[in-house]
Design a protein around this ligand. Structure first.
Ligand code: NAG
Ligand code: NAG
Length: 436
């Protein structure tokens, strides 16, 4: 439905209108009994960052499980102050990575404690951490054929008539008591929660519904880098990953399923200083500020909403890839939204003030440039699903509409106007007086 062709336009219009009305604000009740996925930490438990049990069982569910039993204070000290804490940390899995995932078996972790710790190019340095080119030494899947991230070249992406728009189902819901679990795992800052009505990623030709598990970020030391995906040669200063797991699968299942996860990537660019700051980004960065040091904390954050992290326009690039952190499972259906969100320099600086280790306040310890290098595409096809706004605008130049008229067709509240214009233009396009 995405890359519709003109002769299917009328049908498309009908379908999109229906989808649009059923989309993000849908109040349908989600499954309420999968608390394990986004379990609320038990503040009374003494177990912090428990070792992971086996390689394929560390997805967001285990991350959540880790969070579920972590004492915030114990976690702060256990997570990253020694070699064993990190590589084997259950919190890892959710972390930084494309999705919170699996870690090696306890036996492996124990015997390779030191060397199996992984890090990023510019901050792994002398810390006995594996740089990305060595992740595969201990996480073999990291050298597989369908790794992420990749560079997306927009003019090479295939507009796919069969792709459906994504639906962010129950994304307007908040966790119980607006309590979020805020996890700084030393690789990224991550948020998860226990929902009475669980948010899901639906439609998008995914073939299944995917339950929200957690979201986390990758960022750079400067504005010129930080995102994992690169679009037309451009790196963005920040990339958000909203991780979802197939609702029918356990964490272990998902790691073995080539489509076990679906992650939505949202790119951020620096806001023009003359623009009105986005209040939602202020709420987000205030929440990020809570995780300056490695910890797992349960915090009440009333202003943090998933729906605010999704751009108004939802054209997306689709490809099959992997988690972007060890163990790099090749189990991810990626959806990179074309439209970036904006954040001010000051807000970006909040991410740049996070630390990798508890109790270390030096600049060398700052968590920066936590993005994996671009991976080989290996013949993979990137498909593009333009939303209705992009579809309408793509046609305007072809029909010679003036620039001022084009500007008057605004997204959002004026979607219906845009649609009407699109409709009329299409009719004009096919009228006998026009030659196609
Ligand atoms: C900021 O946005 C305004 C209005 O959109 C534009 O006129 C101005 O050139 C922009 N400034 C920068 C530095 O991009
Ligand atoms: C929410 O979190 C607060 C701590 O911020 C805690 O005291 C409260 O019990 C939590 N409520 C629920 C329902 O989890």
């Amino acid at each position: 439905m995405c890359g519709m062709v003109l002769h299917t336009f009328f049908l498309l219009t009908t379908v999109l209108i229906h989808r649009s009305s059923a989309a993000p604000a849908d109040a349908h009740h989600g499954s309420a009994h999968d608390a394990a996925v986004t379990g609320v930490p038990d503040r009374h438990s003494a177990v912090a960052f428990p070792p992971t049990d086996h390689p394929v069982d560390h997805n967001s569910a285990s991350a959540a499980a880790a969070a579920g039993h972590a004492d915030p204070h114990a976690a702060a000290s256990a997570g990253h102050t020694d070699n064993s804490g990190h590589g084997a940390s259950a919190a890892n899995k959710g972390h930084g990575g494309g999705a919170a995932l699996p870690q090696p078996s306890p036996a492996t972790a124990a015997s390779h404690d030191k060397i199996e710790q992984w890090g990023y190019e510019t901050i792994a340095s002398s810390k006995d951490e594996l740089t990305p080119d060595h992740w595969s030494d201990f996480y073999p899947k990291c050298s597989g054929p369908r790794q992420s991230p990749i560079e997306i070249v927009s003019h090479s992406a295939m507009i796919d008539n069969t792709l459906e728009p994504l639906e962010f189902f129950s994304y307007d819901r908040q966790p119980v008591a607006t309590n979020w679990t805020v996890t700084n795992n030393g690789h990224a800052i991550q948020f998860s929660g226990k929902f009475a009505h669980e948010p899901e990623l639906r439609h998008g030709s995914l073939g299944a519904n995917y339950r929200f598990a957690q979201f986390h970020f990758h960022w750079g030391k400067s504005d010129a880098r930080g995102s994992e995906h690169v679009v037309d040669g451009k790196r963005f200063p920040l990339e958000l990953h909203l991780v979802h797991r197939k609702i029918t699968e356990t964490a272990g299942d998902a790691g073995r399923d080539s489509t076990g996860y679906s992650i939505v990537g949202v790119l951020f660019e620096v806001a023009n200083e003359t623009e009105t700051p986005n209040i939602h980004m202020q709420a987000l960065t205030e929440a990020v500020q809570l995780g300056i040091y490695p910890t797992v904390q349960l915090r009440t954050i009333p202003n943090l909403n998933l729906i605010d992290l999704i751009p108004e326009h939802q054209s997306y690039y689709r490809y099959l890839g992997s988690l972007t952190t060890p163990p790099c499972h090749e189990s991810v259906v990626w959806n990179i939204l074309k439209t970036p969100l904006k954040m001010t320099e000051a807000q970006l600086n909040v991410f740049r003030s996070l630390h990798r280790h508890a109790g270390i306040t030096t600049d060398e310890d700052l968590l920066l440039d936590n993005y994996r290098p671009i991976q080989k595409q290996n013949g993979r096809v990137v498909r593009f699903c333009p939303d209705k706004y992009d579809q309408a605008h793509a046609l305007i130049p072809d029909i010679g509409l003036s620039r001022s008229a084009a500007r008057n067709i605004k997204p959002g509240a004026s979607e219906h106007v845009s649609f009407a214009a699109f409709l009329l233009l299409t009719i004009a396009y096919f009228s006998p007086t026009k030659s196609v």
